[in-house]
Design a protein around this ligand. Structure first.
Ligand code: PLP
Ligand code: CA
Length: 304
């Protein structure tokens, strides 16, 4: 799959598309909410899809919250009855990967945030404890844990040179796995600001270690495998709705899903068309099948 035609969806086309699908996967930030504000109409769309018998999943590269915390966020923003089991975050999937795919024998050294730590703990994956940086701690003397067999890097607002140095030492061993929660370069914040994403920290560690991380979050297929292994989804009957072409749409293409770009987030119609018209096959995979202004455009098709 991939190389969609960027068709702008309207009226009866929207109904036909929904009729042909059983599963709807939503990206979160930029599609159903922006930060702490729900996209207008998104809670109604999610409820109506469920009432019409669709299975709905949420697929987010945001690793900062554990699943249970997302349940609260959904409810706070007006999404009724979203269950923990429907939420697949890069933190949850990273823990699932270490437990079920890598079957890690040893500890994981984490550059990341509370969301990642909590999911690892819930999955029973042992984490190398980080001592609070003592004054005078140095790259020569900071302790290294001989049981570390994987490094996981994700969004970390407390990222330090010392963490980078330690991770780099662990990765000298070719037996040490190198995982990244997601490759996102940056994220929009309120007021036109941005914050560097996990991908920027991963890039630092990739350079320092001369290795490439295995990415768990979108656009990697692992996230879809994670959902499919629990719910048995047929890709051909699944729709992926996202706002970021290189992440969400590429994810959908990689997994054989029909893709929709909404324009309430990061990517623009112009960027989508540029990917569609590119001569590079890799770039074409970032072109969505369909484009719509907002998920609210589903409302009419669902209300009739
Ligand atoms: N990671 C972080 C730290 C974020 O703040 C965000 C968006 O706010 C994301 C990832 C992207 O999340 P999503 O995949 O839901 O767009
Ligand atoms: Ca997004």
């Amino acid at each position: 799959a991939g190389g969609g035609g960027c068709v702008t969806l309207r009226g009866a086309q929207i109904r036909d598309l929904l009729d042909s699908k059983h599963n709807v996967l939503f990206d979160c930030d930029g599609v159903i909410w922006n930060g702490e504000t729900a996209v207008t109409g998104a809670p109604e769309v999610v409820s109506l899809l469920k009432q019409r018998g669709k299975r709905v999943f949420f697929v987010t590269n945001n690793c900062t919250r554990p699943r249970e915390n997302y349940v609260q966020k959904f409810s706070r923003l007006g999404f009724a009855d979203v269950a923990e089991e429907e939420i697949f975050s890069s933190a949850y999937c990273s823990a699932a990967y270490l437990r079920d795919v890598a079957r890690l024998q040893g500890k994981v050294y984490v550059i990341g945030c509370d969301g990642v730590m909590k999911e690892l703990r819930d999955a029973g994956v042992p984490v190398a404890e980080e001592e609070d940086a003592e004054p005078g701690a140095s790259i020569y003397t900071c302790p290294l844990d001989p049981d570390v067999k994987a490094v996981l890097v994700g969004y970390d607002e407390n990222f330090t040179f010392m963490k980078l140095a330690k991770a780099c030492c662990y990765l000298r061993s070719s037996e040490c796995l190198f995982l990244a929660t997601d490759p996102d370069p940056w994220h929009p914040l309120r007021g036109g600001r941005v914050t560097p994403g996990s991908g920027s920290l991963t890039a630092a560690l990739e350079t320092a270690s001369s290795r490439k991380a295995t990415v768990i979050g979108k656009p990697s297929r692992f996230m879809f495998n994670c959902i499919a292994s629990q719910f048995g989804l047929d890709p051909a009957r699944s729709l992926m709705i996202g706002d970021r072409l290189e992440t969400d749409v590429l994810f959908g293409s990689n997994c054989g899903l029909t893709t929709v770009l909404t324009l309430t987030g990061v990517s623009t119609l112009q960027e989508a068309l540029a990917f569609r018209d590119s001569q590079e096959p890799q770039q074409k995979h970032c072109a969505p099948d369909y484009v719509m202004e907002s998920v609210a455009d589903f409302l009419q098709a669902l209300e009739e």
